[in-house]
Design a binder for this molecule. Structure first.
Ligand code: 13P
Length: 253
């Protein structure tokens, strides 16, 4: 059975002290996460070790990096390797966020390489995809997202693809307060799952967690997560508030 996941993406927000307090405030609350539910915190690089310590011993709670490099090691000033993440106990990485695609020119090809290096090292990529408003207005979102999946993921084996978490994040819903309706989310999530089913078969497609991201809040999480093919959320703004994010965690199916 696939996992239901509430993932926080702090992006480039909070000081160390604010981050520590936020994690304390969230983790102190009793979450009854069953074995099919997870909470993941994608925190800025300088806070990974702190965050990793905070969640030590917590079941089904994980820390993620927000990026990694596509090379093993070497003269790449300013970059962070998967091996470095592993050495501090981090086993999850957000890849291909639309902000990285847009501001740092991350291409589908580069992301395929990042996905590969993660999987070679048993690190779970949380792979983001999703279309801009102009694409949605042209009703071309399915083709757009299918291309992102094909070019970054479809070279993977059936065994590998099941280790990837997908986050569908329509760019027009990120940080805008404009959430996709639960029907819109279900429609494209179902389409995404059908793409995996076509390529890898229905059983494997059924095992892949597909998160929704884009203005997920405490007051809409339950409705979004209740959709058949929505397996939780990747949350920006609302993950910076303990009460909001706790409610989102507790909205998992
Ligand atoms: P918001 O929840 O702030 O819209 O951000 C979504 C996002 O980009 C998560 O990765």
């Amino acid at each position: 059975m696939r996992k239901q996941i509430a993932a926080a993406n702090w992006k480039m927000n909070l000081t160390l002290q604010q981050g520590e307090k936020l994690l304390d405030d969230i983790i102190v609350l009793p979450h009854q996460l069953n074995e099919y539910q997870q909470a993941i915190f994608a925190v800025p690089f300088p806070y990974l070790i702190m965050a990793q310590h905070k969640i030590e011993g917590k079941k089904n709670v994980f820390i993620a990096a927000q990026n990694c490099y596509n090379k093993k090691s070497g003269a790449y000033t300013g970059e962070t390797s998967v091996e470095m993440l592993l050495s501090i106990g981090v086993h999850h990485v957000v890849l291909g966020h639309s902000e990285r695609r847009e501001y740092f020119n991350e291409s589908n090809q580069l992301l395929a390489e990042k996905v590969n290096i993660c999987l070679e090292n048993n690190v779970t990529p949380i792979f983001c995809c999703g279309e801009a408003l102009s694409v949605r207005e042209a009703n071309a979102q399915n083709e757009f997202v299918a291309k992102q999946l094909q070019e970054s993921l479809f070279h993977l084996s059936a065994e590998q693809i099941q280790k990837v978490v997908i986050a569908y994040e329509p760019i027009w819903a990120i940080g805008t307060g404009k959430t996709a309706t639960s029907a819109q989310a279900q429609e494209i999530h179902q389409f995404i799952r059908s793409q995996f089913a076509n390529k890898y078969g229905a059983t494997i497609a059924d095992n892949i967690s597909i998160l929704y991201g884009g203005s997920v809040k405490a007051n809409n999480a339950k409705e979004l997560f209740s959709q058949t093919d929505v397996d939780g959320g990747l949350v920006g703004g609302a993950s910076l508030n303990a009460e909001e994010f706790n409610t989102i965690i507790n909205s998992l199916k």
